[in-house]
Design a protein around this ligand. Structure first.
Ligand code: HEM
Length: 479
């Protein structure tokens, strides 16, 4: 037997992939054809649930190189000068299902998994620095409004705009979405953000609030709506293909990693709530500080095993990095591992693409699909007298803000400059060029014309008037 003979999943050679075992040459198939049964059974179990959001995407492996010294802000090993860390990145759209066109207008997901010497560190952000809502309890409703009607299974402008116009905190993100950034030229030409405020902690225990910014060294570029619509039909996988082919020909995309750093105490008195994910921090207040560069240099070898089963989570932090008292982020650190236990399985973290290079020493064990095992002599409980692993207080994930009453009270309060429309208006007036503003008005007219319910159309005009009076007037006049 050569080593090129088909086998069953248990390694036994099989006779044929063309003919089932039959009663007589052309007779009925027999139930004891174990290979036929196995092949059909495996086939009907090929699909796992798609991600509840961000179902359509693609990704690649790469490396982060830290070129600067930010050790005064964080002791995290991956951000120390000169450190190189392998990583996985996945890009995605949000609302579309698996197989939906890459070029539909949408926010794009920006997931990074760093395989650090202190365990996996994930940043799960977007190509926009803000988000639609500021409380996780709204997330399922928000997503339902962007997906499909229960009866017809169709997407629906009425429910999208109903939710947005009833949720004024969405205005900043929706302004990004209806602007040019709603349809990037490619994943390679997008900027990325961690979006939330996170905490960095240095070796002395000093704490800082930070935001991540990733800038493409290829430059940013967007696509006009007519080309996006054409590609949605001609090549639904346009972005996935673009990334795969670029890496395949050695044209490796790279991004500069920057952070904004806010001193810990500033958060208590800053003019708006710095933990509100619907807000950016103006660069005039907190300029970008360079950290290093990462480059995507390796395509997946198996899309399902390495991209579909990848499990990113804001809960995956490392010593020197923590979450912040942002309500959305707190909801997310629960939600992602919960989703992944269901979507990929209890032991999703053992799958090679999710497994840390730093190793796992834990008293958790067993469960469906477990394949790593403890030696028979390993203690299975803590505390124990047999030299099993013990916790290290120095590794405490939390940055200590949980017991800072003043900080928590300040984080729970919206402040004078915490209006919902101010930053959206500034984005429209000061950041968008006049051509970009014109394109946004055209986009809004197309969107507004799809709204059938009068009350929602009225709120649509009011929403954009609140962002900018002239914008609202232009939209009203053309609608
Ligand atoms: C409380 C609000 C949110 C909840 C409950 C939530 C929940 C989820 C869930 C359950 C998944 C699927 C995870 C999986 O199956 O692997 C997901 C994926 C994702 N979410 Fe969120 N999300 C929230 C807010 C956000 C925000 C604010 C961002 C960006 C700033 C974001 C970015 C992403 C990305 C990029 C993915 C795709 C991850 C991947 O590439 O596998 N989400 N979200």
């Amino acid at each position: 037997m050569t080593d090129n003979v088909t086998t069953t999943q248990t390694g036994t050679p099989v006779a044929s992939d063309a003919h089932s075992l039959t009663a007589g040459a052309d007779g009925a198939t027999v139930l004891h054809d174990r290979y036929l049964v196995e092949k059909l059974a495996q086939f009907s179990r090929e699909r796992i649930p798609e991600r509840i959001v961000h179902a359509k995407g693609g990704g690649a492996f790469g490396e982060l190189v830290v070129t600067e010294d930010v050790s005064q802000y964080t002791r995290a090993a991956l951000f120390q000068p000169g450190t190189r860390t392998r990583l996985l990145q996945r890009f995605s759209s949000v609302a579309g299902e698996q197989g939906s066109p890459d070029t539909w207008r949408d926010v794009r997901g920006w997931s990074l998994k760093f395989y650090t010497s202190e365990g996996n560190y994930d940043i799960v952000g977007n190509n926009t620095p803000v988000f639609f809502i500021r409380d996780g309890i709204k997330f399922p409703d928000f997503i339902h409004s962007q997906k499909r009607l229960p009866g017809s299974g169709l997407r629906d402008a009425d429910m999208q705009w109903d939710f947005w116009t009833l949720s004024p905190e969405s205005a900043h993100q929706v302004t990004y979405l209806m602007g040019d950034r709603g349809i990037p030229r490619s994943w390679r030409t997008m900027s990325g953000y961690g979006s939330h405020t996170f905490q960095w902690i240095n070796a002395e225990g000093d704490r800082f609030w930070i935001k991540y910014h990733f800038k493409p060294r290829q430059g940013t570029a967007e696509m006009d709506e007519s080309e996006a619509e054409r590609l949605a039909g001609a090549d639904a996988d346009y972005f996935r293909r673009d990334l795969y082919e670029a890496i395949g020909r050695g044209d490796f995309p790279s991004w500069d990693v920057n952070v904004q750093v806010m001193p810990y105490e500033d958060a208590k008195t800053y003019r708006f709530n710095p933990f509100d994910v619907t807000k950016i921090w103006p660069h005039a207040d907190y300029p970008l500080i360079r950290v290093g560069t990462y480059t995507l240099d390796k395509n997946p070898e198996n899309f399902f095993a390495q991209i579909e089963q990848a499990a990113f989570s804001p809960a995956n932090t490392v010593p020197g990095i923590d979450i912040s008292p942002d309500k959305m982020l707190m909801a997310r650190v629960f939600s992602y591992p919960d989703a992944q236990r269901y979507r990929v399985g209890t032991n999703y973290a053992e799958i090679p693409v999710n497994a840390p290079i730093a190793g796992v020493r834990s008293y958790s064990q067993d469960g469906l699909g477990r394949h790593g095992f403890k030696p028979a002599s390993a203690p299975v409980y803590a505390p124990n007298s047999f030299g099993g692993p013990v916790g290290d207080p120095a590794a405490a994930g939390n940055g200590g803000w949980e017991s800072d009453g003043e900080l928590l009270r300040s984080a729970a309060t919206l402040r004078a400059a915490d209006d919902d429309f101010g930053q959206a208006g500034a984005l429209y007036r000061k950041v968008f060029s006049s051509e970009a503003r014109g394109r946004m008005i055209d986009t809004l007219i197309r969107q507004g014309r799809q709204i059938r319910v009068d009350g929602i159309r009225e709120r649509f005009v009011q929403y954009w008037t609140n962002v900018d009076a002239d914008l609202g007037a232009s939209v009203a006049a053309k609608l």
